[in-house]
Design a protein around this ligand. Structure first.
Ligand code: BGC
Length: 422
């Protein structure tokens, strides 16, 4: 299934090599709709963990963490809010020249219409610390967390609430914009809409198809509004969304499998992208897995699975990128890609396969401009809490120590080599 990479790697001259995080997953001590929900749900989640996760191969390894309520409360995490300088040094150590992060709206506008000058100053220093290291910032405005006041007003369920998000976007970009070019308005709109409004897994735990589509449409509207405003402020801003894209393919020759894979792909990617593509300067793509379809069901090979039980098919990134480029003709930045792998058994293999897949896509003419690995640090994996470990750097939550995993040290050498051999 996986092709062995014999591919010679040669990436474009100004390629962005970096890593990504999101505010709520690393900063620590945020107060938003998620932190409220965590406190309300931690005990239940811990109690249900055995029932929900015991099928995972690694259940015995994660059991003690997954059964503890504090696993589900973000708390102080890696304290990246205060420790960002040492975290940016890790980027430098890995010879990276780009970093994706998100600004936390609930810090910047803790109450409706009230701007927190100290939080804005913090993000100014944060971006300056990246620029000082010659690292290109890629800034996300909405990565799943919202100020509590905004979600109490109905969040993105109401189209009339979009103006608050637009106002926040204008404010933060007018404050930080002189040092920023790349702006992601919304991270994975359909994951957010599905998990929060149909699957009922994330706050506000709704289970309605109708609400999911309403939120999705409002997010598309929000992107268009923000993109128009930002372009109006300065045409140099390169605006996009970060679109999750799993590659869907038929596992056999049956027409039903082919038809289902096509419908799945359309619903996942194109339903949303068609609504925003005219307002994107590039396409941010998050790739984690593929969907192999038999009949109308997804049934993945599962030859190798991550700690989260996700099928690992990293080289299929090639097909995801080729399809998106052929369809939308926008330059692509891979805004997330990575694997939950606490023991660091698979990460080097994963990255090797991914680079080879990207190279084949480049060779077939896809304009790829960057690769941002998820994640720089171990972080808070939403409803799963703290046990899944996506970090290039392992974080010890007791001591706060960060240690680059062996795969990260290797990846740093690869990046150095790729950036030097032009
Ligand atoms: C999200 C991240 C998340 C990662 C791994 C993406 O869906 O943008 O916030 O941690 O995937 O699940």
């Amino acid at each position: 299934m996986q092709k062995q990479p014999k591919t010679k790697l040669q990436f474009p001259k100004r390629f962005l090599w970096g890593a990504a995080t999101a505010a709520h997953q690393v900063e620590g001590d945020n107060h938003n709709q998620w932190s409220v929900w965590e406190l309300e749900n931690a005990k239940t989640k811990a109690a249900q963990s055995e029932y929900q996760l015991h099928d995972l191969d690694n259940w015995s390894d994660i059991k003690s963490a997954a059964k503890r309520p504090d696993n589900y409360v973000s708390g102080s995490l890696a304290d990246h809010y205060n420790q960002y300088e040492q975290d940016f040094d890790l980027l430098t150590k890995m010879h990276m020249n780009a970093y994706r992060f998100s600004v936390e709206w609930s810090r910047i506008e803790p109450e409706q219409g009230v701007w927190d000058a100290a939080a804005i100053d913090h993000y100014k220093r944060y971006v300056a610390a990246l620029k000082k290291r010659n690292i290109e910032p890629v800034m996300t405005l909405f990565h799943f967390t919202l100020p509590a006041w905004f979600s109490e007003r109905g969040g993105f369920e109401k189209r009339s609430n979009v103006m608050y998000f637009t106002r926040f976007a204008e404010k933060i970009v007018s404050e930080l914009g002189k040092d920023i070019r790349f702006i992601i308005t919304i991270n994975e709109p359909d994951i957010y809409a599905r998990e929060s409004y149909r699957a009922g897994n994330w706050p506000p735990n709704r289970t309605s198809n109708w609400q999911m589509f309403r939120v999705l449409n409002n997010l598309a509207y929000a992107h268009r509004q923000v993109a128009k405003r930002l372009h109006g402020m300065n045409r140099r801003y390169k605006v996009s969304i970060a679109k999750n894209s799993a590659y869907s393919y038929a596992g056999d020759t049956a027409w039903l499998s082919h038809a289902s894979a096509a419908v799945l792909q359309y619903m996942q990617d194109d339903y949303f992208l068609r609504k925003v593509v005219k307002h994107c300067d590039f396409l941010g793509v998050n790739y984690y897995f593929s969907n192999r379809v038999y009949g109308y069901r997804v049934h993945n090979p599962d030859i190798k699975v991550s700690d989260l039980g996700w099928d690992m098919s990293p080289s299929n990134i090639e097909y995801a990128l080729e399809r998106l480029y052929e369809k939308y003709k926008l330059p692509i930045i891979v805004t997330e890609n990575g694997v939950a792998d606490q023991g660091d058994e698979y990460r080097q293999w994963w990255i090797t396969q991914t680079l080879a897949g990207m190279q084949r896509a480049l060779d077939s003419g896809v304009d790829i401009q960057g690769y941002l690995h998820w994640s720089l640090l171990d972080n808070f994996e939403w409803a799963h809490g703290k046990w899944p470990r996506f970090g290039l750097a392992a974080v010890d939550y007791e001591t706060g120590n960060r240690t680059l995993r062996p795969s990260a040290i290797w990846f740093g050498r690869v990046i150095k080599h790729l950036r030097e051999t032009k």
